[in-house]
Design a protein around this ligand. Structure first.
Ligand code: SAH
Length: 224
């Protein structure tokens, strides 16, 4: 998989891909992540990528020309399954959507900033719009990092234990069971006996029961 992220603030999004699981995924060549600085595609002086909104009002808008140039440049090198714009009014991101996107080969993720992007980009270049929640961020960079993270960790080989992503919350519409590590007794706070028993079948049953219980208590809508 290759993910090309277009942003006017590249430094804002570099860090999440330079550590831990996402870094290892790239080191192992399971995914390529390229971050593109929109200013490199500016068509005006001073690497300008935003301008005032027609009709007035506060806030700058990212211009169509640099975005179109960047997308066309990327498309001249490979085919993309999706050009995704991170947007508060897009489809709400959930595990199911992430599972689907993890099957794609190449995708572009476009980050808006300021007041957003020229609507004509959305109409003519973007194939899918995704929101990470019903709240507004300052820019699409953090949202793009969230999207890329949740997709990359699903790629085969990225998590050391291949089944690990399948036992996470929201897969099978259940919340993950509680987890514990050493010590078995911290000042009288004990780990459930079953987890220390070594009895695999009992542990599986306990975990499943806990998943159901948690889902009923915390996210009953998932069981409907
Ligand atoms: N004026 C816009 C918000 C612009 S916020 C509106 O009211 O809808 C600036 C940028 O941040 C957006 O272009 C988008 O790329 C990103 N963004 C903000 N909130 C987001 C969210 N919840 N999910 C995904 N992207 C978001």
């Amino acid at each position: 998989m290759q993910i090309d992220i277009i942003t006017c603030l590249p430094s804002l999004i570099e860090s999440p891909f330079s550590h831990s699981i996402l870094k290892r995924a790239q080191d192992k060549d399971l995914v390529k992540v390229h971050i593109h600085d929109l200013r490199d595609y500016a068509t005006k002086k001073h690497r300008q990528v935003d301008d005032y909104a027609y009709g007035g009002g506060a806030g700058m808008v990212l211009m169509i020309e640099p975005i179109a140039r960047c997308i066309e440049h990327l498309k001249s090198h490979r085919q993309y399954d999706e050009v995704i714009y991170m947007s508060p009014d897009g489809t709400l991101l959930n595990q199911n959507l992430a599972n689907g996107l993890s099957l794609l080969k190449n995708m572009i993720i476009l980050c808006g900033h300021y007041k957003g992007i020229d609507e004509r980009v959305r109409e003519h270049f973007v194939t899918r719009e995704i929101s990470i929640g019903n709240y507004v961020l300052s820019g699409g960079e953090l949202a793009a990092a969230v999207l890329a993270d949740t997709v990359i960790r699903l790629l085969p080989g990225v998590l050391s234990d291949e089944t690990s992503a399948l036992s996470d919350s929201f897969q099978d519409d259940l919340i993950a069971p509680p987890v514990y590590t050493r010590p078995a007794d911290f000042q009288g706070f004990k780990v459930p006996d079953v987890l220390l028993s070594g009895h695999e079948a009992n542990i599986d049953t306990w975990r499943h029961e806990q998943s159901l219980l948690r889902t009923q208590q915390r996210r009953p809508e998932l069981l409907e």
